[in-house]
Design a protein around this ligand. Structure first.
Ligand code: PLP
Ligand code: COI
Length: 350
């Protein structure tokens, strides 16, 4: 197993710190894609003039493989990652990788390193497909050489602790994404642009950042690497609310799955604009009873406290709420194969 930093005995494997023994790759030139290769996990050797280091044509994905009791290892909705990877590539003027090649590279890595897929509770094999511009030139135009890689990281929970409720910091001035920008692409630059705010969040004792819309700085969008949900309890009933998809929000696969599971549970669902004021006032008055972040790495992570320059508000009693817990349990049961895969989401690795 390759290690980039020490693992802590108290947190087990942690997230994204150790890697399996192999990687899979495909190179692209104007002639097209080469066939998938499996190699030992290795460092890349790049000229300092490699285009990705200067102009940032870099995209990635995140998905997980779970060992099931029948001995199969299954991936959660990998075709959706493959398609989103194509959309990200198109936005960044990178070559489109056929869905079947994406799936083949992911499956090849998992089957090669299947002995390293963790089967302890709360763990899975996190897969990170990525593509970078590898042409060596300082010219500013789309590169003419690319490398697609898949690496695998046996991982535990993204947030330390057993299902904690996190504290978030609201970024009121610095948005993550702009209309017409790259917010719905999974490109490296989106994450780089959020780092300064993530640093402020940490300085304010928060775990993550919630970004607001770039035009009015009023509407909730998403976190740096997770989508956002609120649970409202109104006289008419309970509603799960999430900001609508747009070009400033990543079209999360967990988000889509939660919407389906919520409907299965008979929960009313609304995809509509939500202001920071609604979140704050609703939490204070008791109509917003829960909030959670969701994503491949985060699964469903309750939000207990929200901080901004004006102070703090607490959601519910600040601990994981009933619906967050229920939705997380339902999703994980399907992912781990302890509940029937009623929507056909799990794909065996061959
Ligand atoms: N939003 C952003 C910005 C992300 O990076 C991610 C993670 O991939 C998500 C949301 C959640 O998406 P998914 O559920 O597909 O992992
Ligand atoms: C994922 O959940 O797969 C992501 O890519 C988000 C990242 C912040 C870990």
């Amino acid at each position: 197993m390759s290690t980039t930093s020490a693992t802590s005995p108290s947190t087990g494997l942690g997230f994204g710190r150790v890697f399996t023994d192999h990687l899979t790759s495909m190179s692209w030139t104007p002639g097209g894609w080469e066939r998938p290769q499996v190699r030992r996990f290795h460092n890349l050797s790049l000229s300092p003039a490699t285009m990705v280091l200067h102009y940032g044509q870099a995209i990635f994905e995140g998905l997980k493989a779970y060992p099931h009791a029948d001995g199969e290892i299954r991936l959660f909705r990998p075709e959706l990652n493959a398609r989103r990877f194509q959309l990200s590539a198109e936005r960044m003027a990178m070559p489109e990788l056929p869905v079947d090649d994406f799936l083949e590279c992911v499956s090849l890595l998992v089957s090669t390193d299947r002995a390293q897929v963790p089967d302890r509770p709360g763990h899975s094999l996190y897969l990170r497909p990525l593509m970078i511009a590898t042409e060596v030139t300082l010219g500013t135009r789309p590169a003419e050489e690319y490398l697609f890689l898949v690496i695998g990281s046996p991982s535990g929970p993204y947030f330390a602790g057993d299902f904690p409720a996190i504290t978030v910091w609201v970024s009121e001035d610095l948005p993550r994404a702009h209309p017409g920008g790259t917010g719905n692409a999974k490109c490296a630059g989106n994450y780089a642009a959020g780092m300064a705010v993530q640093r402020s969040a940490a300085a304010h004792g928060a775990d993550q950042v919630v970004f607001l819309d770039a035009r009015e700085h009023r509407y909730l969008e998403e976190l740096g690497g997770m989508n956002l949900f609120l649970v409202r309890d109104d006289p008419g009933g309970t509603t799960l609310v999430t900001p609508p998809l747009s070009d400033t929000i990543l079209h999360g696969i967990t988000r889509a799955s939660i919407l389906t599971l919520a409907a299965d549970l008979g929960l009313r669902v609304e995809e509509r604009p939500v202001t920071l004021a609604e979140w704050r006032d609703g939490s204070r008055k008791g109509s917003v009873v829960e909030s959670f972040a969701c994503g491949t790495a985060a699964v469903v992570t309750p939000i207990g406290r929200v901080r901004d320059a004006a102070g703090e508000f607490v959601i519910g009693d600040g601990t994981p709420g009933r619906w967050s817990t229920r939705l997380r349990t339902e999703l994980l049961a399907i992912q781990k194969g302890t509940a029937p895969d009623r929507h056909g989401w799990m794909r065996p690795v061959r």
